[in-house]
Design a protein around this ligand. Sequence first.
Ligand code: FAD
Length: 307
Amino acid sequence: MLGPVILAASRSDAMRRLVSAAPMTKPVVERFIAGETVDEVVPIVKHLTDGGLEVSLDVVGEDITTPERSTAARDAYLELIERLDGLGLGERAEMSVKLSLFGQALPGGHELALANVRPVVEAAARIGTTVTLDAEDHTTLDSMFAIHEELRKDFPETGCVIQAYLFRTEDDARRLAADGSRVRIVKGAYKEPASVAYQDKAAIDKAYVRILKILMEGQGYPMIGSHDPRLIAITQELARRAGRKLHEYEFQMLYGIRGEEQVRLAAEGHRVRVYTAYGTDWYGYFMRRLAEKPANLLFFARSLITK
Ligand code: FAD
């Protein structure tokens, strides 16, 4: 019941100001956000990759309201890539990008987001890695998939995300699997209406498995974004049946969630990528993490009361 309320709050400016300004939020935020600056995130990247994991780095932020902020976001990614170059990790450190941070919702936003993301994809390719386009709410997806297709003409490794809760996703999965794309499949983290998305957890999980099957049997590279133990076991079984070797798909989990499971899967020989978000504009990302697990909210509420 609490999830939808928190998701609604994740888009409220008044709540953003209240939560972001509260000093006691910090310790809770730090569980999910790997620092505010490149200097803070680089040691974490080193720690994770030294431990046998891979990373996808996300400069947090979304729904920006001026073109200047979109170019600032692009520059933040370019600075990050320059720093990653020094670590020599290649594709072990990729980037995740939200197109709304690159101006997608502004007037002329489709072209603006494409213009901003292209140099990031080019810079990533120069250091031997790539970029995955995150999936945001359903109204943004046609534009995201069109940008993905455009980028893949020059950079076929560019990935994108699909969300199991949307009715459209099985068709998207078929198209992307036939095209040989890198695709991250997730359950979906936004508040979506019943006209476009399953609302029931069991229905979402069933759709996830159907999509997983399409991806595993297709030509592309499936990236399984989930912490759900059942889906992780089903992935392993479907990969085996599709004749995929361990490095022909990967697991992805979020920084701060099920860290021991990440290490366990990597020790079994799986590729495990940790989605590592950092930056100052963490509010929307943080609220979605609270919405996914009510216990996080209790932990957060307790930290407010006991300070
Ligand atoms: P759930 O059934 O929600 O969780 C399974 C178990 O995982 C829970 O029982 C709990 O133990 C643990 N868990 C899950 N979430 C949390 C949490 N927040 N805190 C603590 N424990 C938790 N969504 C999008 O809409 N677009 C994206 O681009 C996107 N990118 C993602 C990238 C990655 C790498 C991952 C892992 C997720 C991404 N998501 C994205 C979020 C996703 O849609 C889900 O909201 C999220 O992963 C929770 O679903 P789950 O599959 O882990 O299953």
